[in-house]
Design a protein around this ligand. Sequence first.
Ligand SMILES: CC(C)(COP(=O)(O)OP(=O)(O)OC[C@H]1O[C@@H](n2cnc3c(N)ncnc32)[C@H](O)[C@@H]1OP(=O)(O)O)[C@@H](O)C(=O)NCCC(=O)NCCS
Length: 149
Amino acid sequence: MVLRTLAMPKDTNPWGDVFGGWLLAQMDIAAGLMAGEVAQGRAATISVQNVVFHSPVAVGHTICIYAELIRVGRSSMEIALEVWARDVVHVYEPERAFVAEAIFHYVAIDPQGRPRAVPDDARSLAREADASGAPRAADRPAREPLPSA
Ligand SMILES: CC(C)(COP(=O)(O)OP(=O)(O)OC[C@H]1O[C@@H](n2cnc3c(N)ncnc32)[C@H](O)[C@@H]1OP(=O)(O)O)[C@@H](O)C(=O)NCCC(=O)NCCS
């Protein structure tokens, strides 16, 4: 888990529903934390793919964001995120619900904002995850297969 936070009233639209954009911002912060650690310094989001909001988030839900380093290129990093939520404010829900996922791409950048090589030892982190087949976020809840369309 790289980030845990709480959905607040300020994060909602006029109907009281939490903005997808708020959740996406939390996901960018979470992926950015991992990218910064892997790159051992400054990194920038270059693209976001496969964003899916599976179920709504409400005020009072805690949000847990799990990240997995999928691939490290010369300067780029591919990070898969899963977001899980549960109510701890209104009705205590012991089970977490899978609410969103996305793939973030980051690029390690130098002080001038130009791409720089990710340090060599970071590559092994992605290789270890690939080789074991085990996500680095091993403490996340087991996910039921999503219903097909
Ligand atoms: C990130 C940035 C410095 C990269 O510069 P660039 O000249 O486009 O970089 P390059 O073409 O040399 O590509 C750098 C890496 O990004 C990868 N890349 C390029 N476009 C990509 C895309 N659309 N999706 C994923 N990866 C991409 C390249 O494959 C390359 O990876 P590698 O070094 O591991 O092989 C530049 O695009 C930038 O500053 N973008 C804005 C970032 C930003 O401000 N984000 C926050 C928005 S508020």
